[in-house]
Design a protein around this ligand. Structure first.
Ligand SMILES: Cc1ncc(COP(=O)(O)O)c(C=O)c1O
Length: 363
């Protein structure tokens, strides 16, 4: 007897999320020393976590027998202080921005609801749409990965509930302009989710627009500039009417006590943030300069550099790097990214040098 017929039909169509490769997996597969592997495939912080966050977490470990506050008020207050929005505009998730996306989708996506996704982009928008029973509608970006508001608006119809704009976009590294976002916000009866996972590295944010538009959500994460990817914490600045609904459907106690104190300490660790941003800024220049003679390098405002290795394939080149103990992201699994796009996380100066050297030998 099989019970698979009980599954929601949309779940059958979901292709599993393909994560960046882990150090353990590659060490085992290629017989390499895990300590020597360079991991530049998941856009993590090469400087590690904020030391202030680590001490706060150690201290709090004695108290993990107690439940956290169910609405993560202390963490939301700290985010409120950094964003200049009242706590009533802040929502959080203990499962990264992925968790934010999932909870928001539960608020808006009904069977037959459509979401619009300019591709190539972060894969979870598609997965979360399908997991919540909706229908993703894809719009191709231009050859330089820019979005065309007109092509997005052409796809909007009465079933469109959400539009996803990633800025800077993963995997292409470019930002969306305020003008384009305003145009979309003003033309639709739908929620526009601007994913700013990498915004700290670009110095551009559209967060201020939440005061003006009741259909705008800005998603943020602690996984990138704050170096807390392993803690899985995300937040969003949303209009207050959305925050009220979010609080009703979010999992209670969603942010654990260690994440909460770690997040608050990381927000207050201005020195670590400054160093992290400087490392990325310098490293972007270093990588771009080193790679330009070897392949097409796209400009990026994020903590990664997209390169096009054609006529070679991304799969083949990434595999050659893996054999040398360097993990980068083969973007073949990103819908609409083609066969030759690779995304390289900006690492430390030494790590960047090793990637340039290895790619020089391969290409
Ligand atoms: C554009 C984008 N949004 C969201 C996320 C998810 O971030 P988090 O670790 O907070 O779930 C990622 C992760 O890489 C990402 O690239």
């Amino acid at each position: 007897m099989t019970f698979e017929g009980l599954l929601r039909p949309s779940v059958k169509n979901i292709k599993e999320y393909v994560p960046g490769k882990s150090i353990e997996e590659i060490a085992q597969k290629y017989g390499l020393d895990p300590g020597k592997i360079i991991k530049l495939g998941s856009n993590e912080n090469p400087l590690g976590p904020s030391p202030l966050a680590v001490s706060a977490i150690r201290e709090k470990a004695r108290k993990i027998h107690l439940y956290p506050s169910s609405d993560a008020l202390e963490l939301r207050k700290a985010i409120s202080a950094c964003t200049d929005y009242p706590v009533g505009n802040i929502v959080v998730s203990g499962n990264g921005m992925d968790g934010i996306l999932d909870t928001i989708m539960r608020l808006f996506i009904t069977p037959e609801a459509g979401t619009i996704i300019p591709i190539p982009t972060f894969a979870y928008y598609e997965i979360a749409t399908l997991a919540n029973g909706g229908k993703p509608v894809f719009v191709e970006r231009n050859s330089d990965f820019a979005i065309e508001p007109e092509s997005i608006l052409d796809k909007v119809n009465e079933s469109t509930k959400m539009i996803f704009l990633c800025s800077p976009n993963n995997p292409s590294g470019n930002i969306v302009s305020e003008k384009d976002v305003r145009k979309i916000l003003e033309s639709v009866n739908a929620i526009v989710f601007v994913d700013e996972a990498y915004a700290d590295f670009s110095g551009h944010t559209l967060m201020g627009l939440v005061r003006e538009y009741d259909n705008l959500i800005i998603g943020r994460t602690f996984s990138k500039a704050f170096g807390l990817a392993g803690m899985r914490m995300g937040y969003a600045v949303v209009p207050q009417w959305i925050a009220r609904e979010y609080m009703k459907v979010m999992t209670p106690f969603s942010v654990d006590v260690l994440s909460s104190v770690g997040g608050i300490a990381a927000l207050n660790d201005k020195e670590h943030l400054k160093k992290s941003l400087e490392t990325v800024k310098k490293g972007r220049i270093q990588l771009s300069k080193g790679l330009v003679p070897l392949c097409k390098v796209y400009p990026s405002e994020a903590n990664f550099i997209p390169i096009d290795v054609s006529p070679r394939t991304a799969a083949e080149v990434s595999e050659s790097l893996l054999r040398k103990g360097i993990i980068v992201r083969d973007c073949t699994s990103f819908r609409g990214a083609g066969q030759s796009l690779i995304r390289i996380t900006v690492g430390t100066e030494e790590q960047n040098e090793k990637v340039i050297e290895a790619l020089g030998a391969i290409l």
